[in-house]
Design a protein around this ligand. Structure first.
Ligand code: SF4
Length: 893
């Protein structure tokens, strides 16, 4: 690793979403850093969202895996690496190459990804490597390849700003790609003619910026875009010259479209929309010379995901709206380096550098790697791969930087598969992870802030991630771990890298090797870059071909595609029902997704107290009419059951969800909640082409989870509350907040909870029990400070959580009487202010609503002036807009 002064400001890249924002990190020399947006990075131009802004709060070594372990015992690196190398070699010798697998991650840097892919496909002789990007955008990859002959995202972020119309499909951009959303909103303010349409079954925060929201039926995207294709052609908007010269297959695609959705009315009926809304959408598309269609998980995570992608792409090919400024289909990726994984070939059905398993590609890659036994066929995709682990076909698996026990559908089966596997290895920065718990050999990896390499964002922009913190404990970067295992298996010469610059040069050289414009991914210009040039790399968009002037940054503007005949393909697609549809047993459709201030399985974002306050518990959104039918009120605990499993969550009753649909975020794990892991219940069906799981559509039933007692517990450290049927643990300032509830006898529950509280000779205690009222309150003090405090009763709100939380911060002044804490409220009234809205300034919902009403505020900017909310990172501005609408409605009513 390049040695640096760990006190100078470093330009690096955000480790969260695929926007890939530039960051300037100024380390404090004590293991922390001040984080700011990089004004010189083209993706964000200095802005950061709430997650990026809070990165400085996530750098502690708490919960880190810092030493290698085998079967729970600390070992040295040699022992761990020897065990991994011998285990894989022995498994291959006895059962063949197809008995081993890697499962990797969009969190890996490109250099790590490259090393993993080269080892398994080049030298272990199998393509059983898949990435968690399979869950994110595999359908886009497959759709691109069908249409373009290559996995190419044609456009750039600036196309959002240059378009006349931006259509967001299955994308809650405001929460999942916040800086892109802010760029879109700013462009709209500067150019009011820019129109925005949101196509999403839920009314998400993104809809606050929309001219039109189409709350289509879950899974009906193909019908909608087929209807659009037919309508555009009916209106004479075909770009005949482009279609004739540069495409093939239109007649079949139109025939398929017209068969089912020939007009507004049939399209609307197929999508559960009004004909007027569909007509308005088609009118807007027809009137917009430049249009970008942005899509993400709502399209991709489907058993018809690839067809949805091609239905969208078809409409752009018909009108020639591709490859020019302000046009094109645009898949935005979830992870910071999902694109880097695609570039190196870390999906099991790609070989390397955007080559697949054609004989010529296998030969070319084998010669380049000097490897005689390159994998000759695609490997298993994620769901099949873990099924093979469960059935014993795969006997050795190595997981890197991902948490499949939480993120894959039917997740409990994944845990069971791992626990039964002969050799389970995990490389991970975090110790507190459900997957780390399930694996035998644990290898400590570097985390963000320590790693050195590159990532590629959704617009093909390659940026450096640079370290600004020293490696902690014995943690090592993933490429080093892989190279050491390769050396022990006898492949050292092919992995003899001194640092990430060596790997990047090799990756770049492979991309340009015998390319001559036949493959889209080519960064051959970097094949001979010096270490200094790599070190100083500024973000750049590929392609970057060797010996050629800078290429056009958009693809396909010249009408040249990557099928062998140079033509793009229309793909004839027809709507089909989801695999595993609703029935009498499971009449609701469970949709899953994300919340604004958490990332994936919360291993990093969960360390930030202010992020945790945005949505402190797992929630289940359901429509008011469904809630009434089920006798579930807002804030009740609800149980969602499917044929694969169940989960508990706090009910959120909202008309933003369609009747018949329910929605749950996927972030909660066994580390953070008793039964909040919604993927324990999700549908493992996959798209037949991409293998991407149907995470947006699981038939489900919901029922109340009636409690006999409930409450909360704050303590200076995290407590084991396994005795509670329902618990959730999140970090606060100087404390952990545990939300708790149970169906058991309250007296027995109080005894168990009391037993979990700190005790000993240095602990003072006060307690209050009212058996008649069914209340239990207790506090523990250590060295004159509040150490733990619990309130349990029939209702949730026995005490003011916000006030009690303030008693845990350093130098907090406690009430004169300790018993006064058990009253649960300060002597001067201080109400709870509702959920956190603005993470930057800690502004809560009721403060904002009070300000709106008191000041007769009518704009988000005015709310910002009055409360500061929304004036820093801007991530909460869509929620402020929604609160404004809500408050105005209330005043009007
Ligand atoms: Fe990070 Fe937010 Fe930028 Fe995504 S939008 S890269 S989470 S700062």
């Amino acid at each position: 690793m390049t040695q640096r002064s760990m006190t100078t400001a470093i330009h690096t890249t955000c480790p969260y979403c695929g926007v890939g924002c530039g960051i300037v990190a100024a380390p404090d020399g004590k293991g922390g850093a001040v984080i700011a947006g990089d004004p010189g990075h083209p993706a964000n131009k200095g802005r950061l969202c709430s997650k990026g802004s809070a990165l400085g709060e996530t750098l502690s070594l708490e919960d880190r895996l810092l030493h290698p372990e085998i079967d729970g015992k600390r070992v040295d690196w040699n022992a761990a690496l020897d065990a991994v190398a011998a285990g894989f070699a022995d498994t291959i010798a006895r059962h063949g190459p197809e008995s081993v697998a890697f499962y990797v991650s969009g969190q890996l840097l490109t250099e790590d990804y490259y090393a993993a892919n080269k080892l398994i496909k080049g030298f272990l002789g199998t393509a059983n490597i898949d990435t968690n990007s399979r869950l994110c955008m595999a359908s886009s990859v497959a759709g691109h390849r069908r249409a373009f002959g290559s996995d190419t995202v044609p456009g750039l972020y600036e196309d959002f700003e240059l378009a006349d119309l931006v259509v967001l499909v299955g994308s809650n951009l405001a929460w999942c790609h916040p800086i892109l959303f802010q760029r879109l909103v700013a462009a709209r303010q500067a150019r009011p003619g820019l129109r925005v349409v949101v196509i999403d079954p839920r009314r998400t925060e993104t809809c606050e910026a929309a001219d039109l929201h189409l709350p289509l039926k879950l899974g009906s995207d193909v019908a909608l875009f087929n209807g659009l294709l037919a309508d555009l052609d009916n209106r004479g908007l075909r770009d005949t010259r482009f279609v004739e010269r540069h495409t093939q297959g239109l007649d079949d695609a139109l025939r398929a479209a017209r068969r089912v959705t020939p007009d507004f009315a049939t399209t609307a009926a197929a999508c559960g929309l009004t004909a007027a809304d569909v007509e308005a959408f088609f009118d807007m598309v027809a009137a917009a010379p430049r249009m970008v269609t942005v899509y993400s998980q709502g399209v991709n995570q489907s058993s018809a995901g690839v067809d949805k992608v091609n239905a969208i792409v078809n409409t752009h090919l018909l009108t020639g709206r591709i490859g020019k400024p302000g046009t094109g289909p645009f898949s935005v990726t979830g992870q910071p380096n999902a694109m880097g994984g695609r570039e190196v070939g870390a999906l099991s059905n790609q070989l390397a550098a955007h080559m697949d398993f054609a004989t010529s590609d296998i030969d070319r890659v084998g010669r380049f790697w000097n490897a005689a036994g390159v994998a000759s066929k695609p490997g298993l995709k994620a769901i099949d791969l873990f099924e093979a682990v469960g059935s014993g076909k795969i006997k050795a698996i190595w997981i890197m930087a991902t948490n499949p026990v939480v993120s894959l559908p039917d997740a409990d089966r994944v845990r069971a598969a791992l626990e039964s596997c002969d050799l389970s290895v995990v490389s991970e920065a975090i110790r507190a992870s459900d997957t780390v718990d399930a694996c035998r050999i644990r290898l400590p990896a570097l985390a963000w802030g320590e790693k050195d390499g590159t990532v590629t964002n959704s617009e093909r922009r390659i940026s450096r991630q640079r370290p600004f913190l020293a490696p902690p404990g014995e943690a090592r970067q993933d490429w080093w771990i892989l190279a050491e295992v390769a050396r022990r298996m006898g492949f050292g010469a092919a992995f003899d890298w001194k640092g990430p610059a060596d790997i990047f040069r090799e990756h770049a050289a492979l991309s340009g090797f015998e390319n001559a414009g036949t493959r889209d991914f080519d960064i051959g210009a970097w094949a001979h870059a010096t270490d200094a040039a790599y070190e100083d790399m500024r973000p750049f968009v590929w392609p970057a071909q060797a010996g050629k002037p800078a290429a056009e940054q958009r693809f396909f503007g010249n009408g040249k595609f990557f099928h062998s005949d140079g033509l793009a393909r229309f793909v004839a697609v027809s709507p089909r029902d989801p695999v595993n549809d609703v029935d009498a047993e499971a009449p609701l459709r469970l949709n899953t997704g994300r919340v604004r201030d958490q990332w994936h399985t919360m291993t990093r974002s969960g360390k930030s107290p202010r992020l945790a306050r945005h949505r402190p518990e797992p929630t289940l959104e359901l429509h008011p009419d469904d809630a009434a039918d089920l006798a579930i009120a807002d804030d009740d605990i609800a149980e969602v059951r499917t044929r694969w499993g169940s989960a508990l969550a706090r009910a959120s009753v909202t008309p933003a969800t369609r009747r018949g649909d329910i929605f749950a975020p996927m972030h909660w794990t066994a580390q953070t909640a008793s039964r909040g892991l919604v993927n324990a219940a999700t549908n493992p069906a996959v798209d037949p082409i991409s293998g991407q799981p149907e995470l947006k559509h699981t038939p489900a039933a919901v029922q109340p989870w009636p409690v006999r007692w409930q409450g909360f517990l704050l303590s200076s450290r995290r407590l084991d509350l396994a005795s509670c049927g329902y618990w959730v643990a999140i970090r606060g300032e100087g404390h952990w907040l545990h939300e708790i509830a149970g169906q058991d006898d309250p007296a027995a529950a109080w005894a168990a909870i009391g037993g979990a509280l700190p005790d000993g000779p240095d602990i003072d205690r006060v307690e209050y029990v009212d058996e008649t009222a069914g209340e239990f309150r207790g506090a523990r003090f250590r060295d004159g400070r509040l150490d733990a405090c619990v309130f349990v009763g029939a209702g949730r709100h026995l005490a003011a959580r916000d006030w009690i939380a303030t008693l845990f911060v350093p130098d907090a002044e406690l009430p004169d009487s300790r018993a006064a804490i058990l009253v649960g409220r300060p002597s001067a009234p201080r109400p709870d202010l509702g959920p956190l809205v603005c993470a930057c300034f800690g502004v809560r919902r009721d403060t904002i609503l009070d300000a709106i009403v008191a000041g007769d505020l009518a704009s988000v900017d005015a709310v910002g002036v009055a409360t500061s909310a929304g004036t820093n990172c801007g991530s909460c501005r869509p929620e402020l807009a929604a609160l404004l609408r809500h408050a105005i409605r209330k005043v009007a009513a």
